[in-house]
Write a protein that binds this ligand. Structure first.
Ligand SMILES: [Zn+2]
Length: 258
């Protein structure tokens, strides 16, 4: 059988819970492991479901949205954005419920492929929309999640003047939060299902030394680039919340946990 994405999802969907059936070995005592699943692109259905699953375990999700995506006529950056997105009514509601809602650019431009001045202008426009639309937004207390995790040293220097932190390319296992930690690396996987890759990545991380794993997730089930099965997310959070010295946190609460 030719493995298409649809088939892959069906196969994984049917056996998805089996991925975790062996369970994780519990991380060694005395180490601290923070895990952030950083959900990009703001698909409406996925974001609602992600929030619900996190709430089931008393956790806050981390959802990063594109400033202009909800506007009619906004161009889709690529085929992996072809699902309905939420608007700021939804983002404000999820924020009220304790979830982290952070910027994922103005219109998903790869900011390394435009002149620095244009990149800075797009960042400013993104901040303007968030200031106007998202209750209690303050860029200097927020994390900017770069589209495609693409950035240059010059762009990062500029972002440092606007934001508390950035999420970009780099080692997915970051040091534990410390005062002034600004640049956060992450890993992602796609365009197929991330179920197996995510579970294996977390498993390896928990076997290692203390640290902060940031995994850049996108939509759930069949939405977005590199989707995650909602059943796997549910079971994963169930397992992780049962482990001592393992914390599932959004970025800002993790930075605050120094
Ligand atoms: Zn994105």
């Amino acid at each position: 059988m030719r493995i298409t994405r649809r088939n892959t999802i069906r196969i994984l969907g049917a056996g998805s819970l089996g991925l975790l059936s062996g369970g994780f070995t519990f991380p060694p005592a005395g180490k601290r492991h923070i895990i952030t699943l950083s959900f990009d692109d703001g698909f409406e259905k996925s974001s609602i479901k992600t929030a619900e699953i996190y709430e089931k375990y008393g956790l806050s999700g981390c959802i990063n949205v594109i400033a202009n995506a909800h506007l009619r006529g906004s161009e889709l950056p690529d085929e992996y954005h072809n699902w309905p997105v939420g608007d700021f009514n939804l983002w404000n509601e999820l924020k009220r419920r304790g979830h982290e809602i952070m910027p994922h650019s103005y219109k998903h431009t790869n900011l390394t492929e435009v002149p620095l001045e244009e990149a800075e202008d797009l960042v400013s426009r993104c901040i303007d929309v968030f200031n106007k639309e998202l209750v209690d937004f303050r860029a200097e207390a927020s994390v900017f999640n770069l589209p495609y995790n693409a950035s240059t040293p010059e762009l990062e220097d500029y972002l440092k003047t606007r934001f508390r932190a950035i999420r970009t390319h780099g080692d997915a296992v970051n040091p534990l939060p410390s005062e002034g930690l600004f640049r956060l690396g992450c890993t992602s996987f796609g365009p197929e299902s991330i179920d197996k890759h995510l579970v294996e990545t977390i498993h390896r991380f928990l076997e290692g030394p203390s640290g902060w794993l940031i995994y850049n997730t996108h939509g759930l089930d069949d939405e977005g680039w590199g989707p995650l099965s909602s059943g796997v997310l549910d079971e994963l959070l169930d397992k992780l919340t049962g482990m001592e010295d393992v914390e599932v946190l959004p970025v800002i609460p993790a930075l605050d946990s120094v």
